[in-house]
Design a protein around this ligand. Structure first.
Ligand code: ADE
Ligand code: ZN
Length: 337
């Protein structure tokens, strides 16, 4: 390991952009398929991994949604979540804010409560080991706004344990404004708001996420750099961008890691963070993303520290908790010097 890789390994950090369904490793998929006696679209673990070769977001989503079919019981959702939490804790994560896609499961006849109860019990157990978390309910943007409203209705008994709503799935042709009313309803219920925008979609979608949905945080946001006025606005608002380097590489959002905009984002003063998105599919967890980005674009140690600080500054933790984590980063960095 290089000195910077060793530094990254123990650096306190938060993860703000990770889809729990996207942490389903092929080994766990096979184990769950066996116990539920359901078929899976792959013959072996190796065949599954070999199929994870994508040219765009939709290629990935087609496989991702099919793979979730093995998840049926509360124990399945618990085990999925617990496996991710153990893995990310080993990467020095102190706090995570994770997405889930209830509509993927309710459309298959799995109850909202089965999904949420399984995930929440694993999050609660991890809390006892010092890893704090928040849960974010994502609406699937390729479905209708009415379907999103129905999902928000199903979530009603859980709203004290859900921090925010988000917007994910196929971006092109499904602009944020399609969900203006359901996001306003979520805000009225006290939820925070995030949305994927500018991953494949144009800067106009990022403007809509800001000015129509009024998001508190932006997921991806890469294409914001194509519009100087938009980038300026994001800097002025200190809007957090949850950037996902290995995802961007695997989904061909960037042609190679050297071409990734992360360093430029920091230079512009954008509040960028590093995240894994769908680690089981994109070749790595949180520290793999820090390391790949650091090597690809040549991050300095100060830039890595800024990214880790941004991950807490952009979280939905309260002010005193954020300050405590920032102090932990400073103490860790001082010890390393
Ligand atoms: N769902 C899971 N991962 C996603 C991504 N990177 N973009 C949009 N929707 C997703
Ligand atoms: Zn995502």
């Amino acid at each position: 390991m290089t000195a910077l890789e060793t530094f990254i390994a123990g650096l306190p950090k938060a993860e703000l952009h990770m889809h729990l369904e996207g942490s389903l490793e092929p080994e766990l998929m096979f184990a769950i398929a066996r116990r539920n006696k359901v078929d899976i679209p792959f013959k072996t673990v190796e065949a599954a991994r070999a199929a994870y070769d994508f040219s765009n977001l939709q290629d990935f989503l087609d496989i991702y949604y099919r793979s979730t079919d093995v998840l049926r019981t509360e124990a399945d959702f618990h085990d999925l979540t617990a496996a991710y939490l153990a893995r990310v804790a080993a990467d020095g994560a102190r706090h995570v804010e994770v997405f889930f896609d209830p509509q993927t499961h309710t459309a298959r006849g799995v109850e909202f409560s089965t999904v949420a109860d399984g995930m929440l019990s694993a999050l609660k157990s991890a809390q006892q080991t010092g890893l704090t978390s928040k849960l974010i309910l994502c609406f699937l943007r390729h479905l209708s706004e009415e379907a999103a409203f129905e999902t928000l209705r199903q979530a009603e008994p859980y709203l004290d344990r859900i921090a925010a709503v988000g917007l994910d799935s196929s971006e092109m042709g499904h602009p944020p404004s399609k969900f203006a009313r359901v996001f306003a309803a979520a805000r009225e219920r006290g939820l925070r708001l995030v949305a994927h925008a500018g991953e494949e979609g144009p800067p106009a979608y990022v403007w809509e996420a800001l000015d129509v949905l009024h998001v508190d945080r932006l997921d991806h946001g890469n294409r914001s750099l194509e519009d100087a006025a938009l980038a300026e606005r994001l800097v002025r608002d200190q809007m957090t961008l949850t950037v996902c380097p290995l995802s961007n590489l695997k989904l061909c959002v960037v042609k190679d890691m050297a071409a990734h905009p992360l360093k430029k984002m920091l230079a512009l003063g954008l509040r960028a963070t590093v995240n894994s998105d769908d680690p089981a599919y994109f070749g790595g967890y949180l520290n793999d993303n820090y390391r790949a980005a650091a090597a690809g674009v040549g991050l300095t140690r100060d830039e890595v520290v800024q990214l880790a600080k941004n991950s807490f500054l952009g979280s939905f933790l309260d002010g005193p908790s954020i300050l405590r984590h920032l102090k932990d980063i400073d103490a860790y960095t001082a010890k390393f010097s």
